[in-house]
Design a protein around this ligand. Structure first.
Ligand code: ZN
Length: 192
């Protein structure tokens, strides 16, 4: 297994839809395992989409095992996930993103969803979920569609966040994991 580089949200690969996975081969299985290791390496990440590690594929990993109310939960790998329905009820949660370091905002989204996906063995799932898991899934499935969570903020919030986002875009704000800037440059922070 290997820790992969995480791409900055302003890199073009994160701004376009990912490709549907036709076959779950060793390459996909390795990618999923490496994504889980990459997620754990960040220290506080709970979800990661394949395009965040530079692979334009419809694949997500989620690990809530350290999160309140989900302690010990097994990691989830989702292939070709799609949201079948959203609840009318909306809820506000604070979101962050490994591609947008040090940026957190409250965002309204549907409280519950029905989602369909496949696991690494090709088994199909149709599940209903709410709370944090529904939130992470919506955030990550947005990634697969080329959508970043700040694009869902109100115009006012987005205007207020502009300076912060510019610092992320130009590489002034960096995370403590290997990070690929919008121009493709890899930055590895050394801890002093
Ligand atoms: Zn994200």
């Amino acid at each position: 297994m290997a820790v992969l580089n995480i791409y900055n949200s302003f890199h073009p690969i994160l701004n376009k839809p990912t490709k549907y996975i036709d076959e779950i081969d060793d390459q996909i299985i390795n990618l999923a395992n490496n994504m889980l290791e990459t997620l754990h390496n960040t220290g506080n990440g709970i979800g990661l989409a394949a395009n965040q590690v530079g692979e334009s594929k419809s694949l997500i990993v989620i690990d809530l095992s350290e999160a309140k109310d989900y302690k010990g939960a097994k990691p989830i790998v989702m292939i070709n996930p799609s949201i079948e329905s959203f609840s009318d009820e909306m809820i506000e949660y604070e979101e962050g993103c490994l591609s947008i370091p040090d940026f957190y905002e409250n965002l309204m989204r549907p409280a519950a969803i029905q989602v369909q996906y496949y696991d690494l063995k090709g088994k199909e799932y149709n599940i209903s979920t709410d709370a944090l898991l529904a939130r992470v899934m919506q955030h990550e499935i947005d990634h697969l569609n080329g959508i970043l969570f700040y694009q869902r903020l109100s115009k006012l919030k987005l205007t207020l966040a502009k300076n912060k986002l510019n610092k992320i875009k130009n590489g002034t704000t960096l995370p403590n994991y290997p990070f690929v800037l919008p121009n493709g440059q890899l930055v590895v922070q050394t801890v002093s």
